[in-house]
Structures are given as C-alpha cells and as structure tokens.
Unconditional design. Structure first.
Length: 286
C-alpha cells in the first residue's frame, strides 16, 4: 500500500509542483498585505498544488509510451508498471478537478480560470506539440509561468503589472533551464521522437544563440519588480549580479558546447531562481 501511495506521489512530479507552489506563494506575498494571510492564502496554495499535481499526472499518462523509450523517464510509475494507466488518468482528473473547484469556491473565479488556462495549455497544447516542433518549449513555458499570477490574483482578484513582471521572469528562466536539460539528454529525446531544439540542431549553433538571448533578456526583466516598487535597491543590484553570472554561465556553455557545460548551466539555473526569488521576497517593499 505504501509503495502504491508513493507511486501516486511520484506521478505528481514533486520537484516541479514545489516550484509552482513557491512561485504562487511569491505572487500572493507581493500582492497581499501581511494581515491578509489566512484561509484564502491556504486555499490558494492548496488549489494550485492540486492543479499542478493533476497536470503532471495527466502528462505522464499521455506520454507513458514515450517515457518508456527514454533512460531518464523509463523508471517512472507508468513505464515500470507500478500503476495502471487508468489509475493514473482518474487520479490526475480527480485532483486537478478538485484543485480548480477549490480555487473557484474558496479563492475567486479569476484564479480558477487561470488554473484552467494553465492546465489546458500544458495538456492540450504543449504536450501534443512536444512530438511536432521545437517551439513547444516556448509554449510550455506559459503554464509554467502562470502560478505566480495565480498567487497575485488570489490576493487581489485582479492582474496587475507586478503579476506580469513575475510571469515574465518565470517564463524567460524556463527557456535556458530546459535547453540545458534537452542538450544533456538529446539522444534520449531523439530516441523518443521529441524534436527539441538541441535534437534538430546537431552542431548546437541555434541552441547556443537562444541560450545567450534568453539569459541576456532575463537581466532587464528581473529588474522590473524594483522598477515597479515591489522590491528595493538591494534586490535591484542582486538581480544584476545574479543575472550577469547566469549570463556568463550561459555564454560559456554556448561557446564550449559540451554535455558537461550544459549540466553546469542546469545547476546554475537551479541555484539562480531560488536565490533571486528569496532575495526578492526578503527585500519586498510593504
């Protein structure tokens, strides 16, 4: 029984969903007055987690045959047979539906609508496009950037400039992050029939240009919270320093195109985002 429960939990991609919860919390934190933390905050995070978890489970259901072809995904619950496809499907539908209902009933309809947009774009647009075009990366970054907007609307029931700034940061960060993953596992992606940019770009020239572009544009975009008065000057200079370091790491990977450097870029992206968001939260202007 414990192994079965563990398989269901693994189906929700806990590392991905934890990022969704962190960024939803950040959006709420910047939009809400401190005294407003309470039931709405709890339900916003719970509903966001349920929707993100359901989307992850349904994505694994839809890609179970492709996952079985890849070394990095063939040990997931469905390829290994630890769960049946029908169990994964009904589980994903149940918790994502519960999450949308949670947001609609206990938070507000706008936040619930955003969760539906995130869920629909992830499952009905991004997932099918993964086997058709490398542009799927841009599409997939949209649902990944919606959680902080949901946190914002949960607090204010409206979308403001601050919410768009957080959306833009998350959207741009995902692109070099995912390109690094796709570069590291491009043989795996090719085997499964996913035409990611590093797969269709054998010499890495186009991938390198995109990494440089995204890490460069990320720097001015991360300054938007300071310019909008959400965070102070300490955050401004931290964003400049962190963004510059991330850009240098991306440029190094672009020039010296090796799997080892792609892994370093991935690790840099994993360190960069939590550090940036933590600094932003600690330097919030109330």
């Amino acid at each position: 029984m414990n192994k079965r429960l563990g398989a269901f939990f693994e189906l929700t991609k806990p590392r991905l969903t934890s990022l969704a919860i962190l960024t939803a919390w950040l959006g709420f934190a910047f939009a809400a007055h401190p005294m407003h933390y309470g039931a709405v905050f709890f339900h916003a995070l719970l509903g966001s987690w349920l929707v993100a978890s359901g989307a992850a489970a349904l994505n694994e259901y839809m890609e179970r045959d492709l996952d079985a072809r890849m070394k990095r995904t063939r040990t997931r619950p469905l390829p290994e047979g630890r769960l049946t496809p029908s169990a994964a499907f009904y589980f994903g539908v149940a918790i994502s539906t519960l999450g949308v209902a949670e947001l609609a009933w206990f938070v507000n309809p706008l936040t619930a609508l955003l969760s539906l947009i995130s869920l629909g774009s992830y499952l009905l647009v991004y997932t099918p496009l993964k086997t058709r075009t490398s542009l799927c990366t841009l599409v997939g970054a949209i649902p990944g950037a919606i959680p902080p907007v949901m946190g914002w609307t949960a607090a204010r029931n409206s979308i403001g400039a601050g919410a768009w700034a957080l959306f833009a940061i998350l959207f741009l960060w995902q692109l070099p992050h995912f390109l690094a993953i796709a570069w590291m596992y491009r043989e795996d992606y090719a085997r499964a029939g996913f035409p990611m940019l590093p797969v269709t770009d054998p010499d890495g020239a186009s991938t390198s240009r995109m990494i440089i572009l995204y890490t460069a544009v990320l720097i001015p975009v991360t300054l938007m919270p300071a310019r909008l008065g959400l965070a102070g000057y300490s955050y401004f200079w931290a964003a400049v320093a962190l963004g510059s370091a991330f850009f240098v790491c991306g440029a190094w990977t672009a020039v010296y195109r090796t799997a080892a450097n792609a892994r370093r870029l991935l690790l840099a992206s994993v360190m960069y985002l939590p550090t940036l968001l933590t600094w932003m939260a600690c330097n919030k202007i109330v």
